[in-house]
Every structure is written in C-alpha cells, then in structure tokens.
Ligand binder design. Structure first.
Ligand SMILES: Cc1ncc(COP(=O)(O)O)c(C=O)c1O
Length: 442
C-alpha cells in the first residue's frame, strides 16, 4: 500500500513537471510571436501592443547607448598603415590562395642561376608580369625584377646600388615633404658612408649627386607626384609606386620609369608575407641590388614568393574569370571589391569630417582609369587630416579623444596635420568615423 502511494506520488511530480514544461513552452512561443507581431504588423497593433513596442524601443536604445559608450571608450590605434581591411575578402576567397609546400622544396639558396636576381622564383616573376599587364600600371618589358623582403628591404638595396661608389661624402637621399616617415630612418639608421637623409626635396640645393624618392600616390597625403629636384643629370630617381593600384587611384598609363617599386603589402593587403618587387631598367643597378640582398639576407624567402605568386595569380584570375559575368559576380573581382570598399570608406569619412569646421581633408583631382574605365578621384590608403583654427597639434588633439595617429612632423610637415590609416578592419573604421563625427559636430 505504502509502495503504491509512493509510485503515485512520483507519477504526480513527473506529470506536474511535464505540464509546467508545456505551459512554459507555450508561454515563450507566445511571447516570441508577440514580439514578432510588434515588429511586423503595424495595423494589427492594439494599445497593449504599442506599449510593448515602446518598451522594446527603450530596451534597444539602452543596448545601443551601452554599446556606443563602450565604443567611445575604445582606443582607436591607426598610427600604422596595417592593411587588415583586406582580411575579410581573402577569407571569402577560401582555398583559392591556399599554398601547400612539400618539405623537399626550397632546400637550395638558388632559384635560377641564369637570372640576375638568382633567388627570384619564376612563378612569382610570371605572376608579377601578368598582373601589371592586366592592370596596365607599369611597363615590365626590358626590366629586371628584383624581389625583396618587402619594399622596405628593396629601398635600402637601392640606396646601396645607386650611391656613387667613389664619392668623398655620402649622397643625399631626398623626398618632397610630406614624405613617407620611414625614409629618413632607412637612410640614416646604419650611418652609412655612402648615403644619408637629405630631407625635403623642395629644399635641396646645390649641383651635387642626389637620390630622390618619388612616391605616387603619396604616403601620407595621397597626392600624385613627379620629381621636384630639377637637376636630372646629377640625380637618381626611385619611384615608389606602392599605392599605384586601381583601388586607390585611377591608372592613367603604364608607369615607365627606370626604377619602380611595388609591394604586396598595399596591393593585396598581405603585409605579413613581406614581399616586394623592383622593376629595374639598368642591369648594373639590378646586379648591385642583388649583391646587397646577398650580403643582407642571401635572398628573399621562397615560401613567401610562392605564396605571393598564388595571391597575385588569384587577383588576376578574379578579373579574367569574371569578365562579362553578372554585376554581383564582377563585384567579387579583387580590385572591384577593394575599390568599392575604399569608395565607401572615403564617403563616410568625408561626411564625418565635413560635419563641422574642426577638420579638413585634401581635395583630389579626378581622372579616368584605363583599367576600370571609371572616372574617380584618388581614395588613398591614408587620411591626411588637418586640424583647423586654434588647434596646433592635431595628433595630440586626437589622442585626447583616444585616436592614435601619426603627426605631421614625422613626415617633414606641420603638426597641424596628422595621418590616419584608412585600411583597418571594418569595426575599427566604423568606430573612427563615429568618433570623428562626434568631435566634428560638438
Ligand atoms: C610608400 C611606401 N613604401 C614602402 C612601404 C613599405 O612596404 P613593405 O611592407 O613592402 O615593406 C610602405 C609601407 O607603408 C609605404 O607606404
């Protein structure tokens, strides 16, 4: 009897639990439906519904305000031009750029002993030539390709290769201000007897040898440039074309200079691959650069080269395979995608800056791009922001608002300017725009 009563008791508890479970399920489904109704069907919304809708609005507002105050607190570090913006595109491309390298490959120091740059992998050379031909941004014919650990190493190889050998004093390396802030360190770091930093090319005087670096589009201000020192007989020109790609500027014609530098860091965003290339007309200069590379690092990593080749081929494939396809397929082509991203970023950035009179940005001329057939103004990788009015130190001003940038003095210019990268990941850029528009409209 006692056992029967116990079993009955257990059954009662189980049944109660089940019922409660069903009641809770119906309750939550009902709530969920109600929430959907509030959001979905305006006409059927009665009084109680309106109250709930108002409450939902306040909850949403509180969440947004909470998120926004968390964003206001975040330090936005855009001092460097780390091109992480490109990460998302390459993730979407999945295995198209995956490289598998068997353990036996790249045992040797050599790639092709018949080539001036004997450590250049032929697949990379082919990919470089193919991409320049497709984009139409540089002449490769009649040039030697020298590959390096980023264009950073190649610039230093060029200083070595183009300095006069028997000069009694170091040759001056100059560039028009505002110039890329790393050039002075590249030139002075080793205290070379061959070359030294000579500063702003606009101020270079005297009838003596010099090396002028022409960066176009320029880092930091995005301007399109030509050499400024008017003494062609005595000078060597290095054209740093890291940003001469169609997501940043219209391609007017294939660049046809004696010394041209490119890098995957800014072309495809693979800064960590550490790969750059130089297109060199004069074989003697290419040989001396190779000599520098041998003394410095005995060449450039072949793993990086093969990865770089795969990425450059994927970029070219993305255009050639999508030719004549639908608009949405075409927008997956690398330069199409990155052009649209840059156009969007510059639009929202300019809107934020133009909300008040605190900041200004440079104006860029428009040109027709022979690659995309679009007419557009340069949309550089950096914003060269000027603080107007009484603000003398723009970097310091932004730092107070938790934005880390690089002040104008690093680039040989006034501290009224500061440089901000336009290439960070999406959420960092959105946060920057939000912060700048708050400052502008205050
Ligand atoms: C104009 C310019 N040249 C060269 C470099 C160096 O690039 P890399 O990553 O290939 O060393 C940079 C990097 O920001 C740059 O802006």
């Amino acid at each position: 009897m006692e056992l029967k009563a116990r079993i009955m008791g257990h059954l009662l508890v189980v049944s109660l639990a089940l019922n409660l479970g069903f009641v809770y399920r119906d309750y939550s489904i009902g709530k969920h439906r109600q929430a959907e109704d509030y959001l979905g069907n305006e006409n059927e919304c009665k009084n109680s519904c309106r109250v709930a809708k108002r409450d939902a609005h306040y909850v949403e507002k509180a969440v947004l305000e909470d998120r926004s105050s968390a964003l206001d607190d975040e330090v936005i570090d855009l001092d460097l031009g780390d091109p992480t913006m490109y990460e998302k595109y390459w993730k979407q491309m999945g295995d198209k750029t995956t490289v598998v390298i068997p353990g036996w490959r790249f045992i040797s120091y050599f790639s092709d002993v018949k080539n001036i740059c004997f450590f250049l992998e032929s697949e990379l050379a082919d990919a470089i030539v193919r991409l320049h031909k497709l984009v139409g941004n540089a002449v490769t014919q009649g040039r030697s390709i020298v590959v390096g650990t980023g264009s950073t190493q190649l610039i230093q190889a060029l200083f070595y290769a183009t300095s006069p050998a028997n000069s009694s004093e170091p040759v001056s390396v100059v560039s028009a201000a505002p110039y890329y802030s790393a050039y002075p360190s590249f030139a002075n770091y080793l205290k070379s007897g061959l070359y030294e930093w000579g500063g702003n090319a606009h101020k270079f005087k005297g009838n003596k040898p010099y090396i002028e670096i022409v960066t176009s589009p320029n880092n930091p201000d995005g301007s399109l440039r030509e050499a400024v020192v008017k003494n062609k007989q005595a000078g060597i020109l290095i054209h740093d074309l890291a940003y001469y790609w169609p997501q940043y500027t219209s391609i007017s014609s294939p660049a046809d200079h004696d010394i041209m530098l490119f890098t995957v860091s800014k072309c495809t965003g693979h800064a960590g691959t550490r790969l750059g290339w130089a297109l060199i007309k004069d074989e003697e200069i290419a040989k001396k650069m190779t000599e520098f590379m041998v003394i410095n690092t005995i060449g450039a990593s072949k793993e990086s080269q093969v990865r770089g080749a795969k990425i450059l081929q994927a970029v070219a494939d993305s255009h050639e395979n999508n030719r004549g396809s639908t608009k949405s397929e075409e927008s997956n082509s690398f330069f199409e995608h990155s052009f649209n991203l840059m156009a969007h970023r510059w639009k929202i950035l300019s809107n934020a800056v133009n909300q008040g009179n605190i900041f200004s940005l440079p104006q860029f001329p428009s040109g027709e791009c022979s690659f995309s057939r679009r007419t557009f103004a340069t949309q550089p990788a950096f914003a060269w922001l000027k603080c107007e009015g009484e603000i003398d130190d723009c970097e310091r001003f932004l730092r107070k608002h938790k934005i880390i940038s690089k002040g104008g003095n690093y680039f040989g210019d006034s501290p009224k300017y500061t440089r901000i990268s336009v290439l960070p990941r999406h959420h960092v850029f959105e946060n920057l725009v939000h912060r700048l528009s708050t400052i502008s409209s205050s």
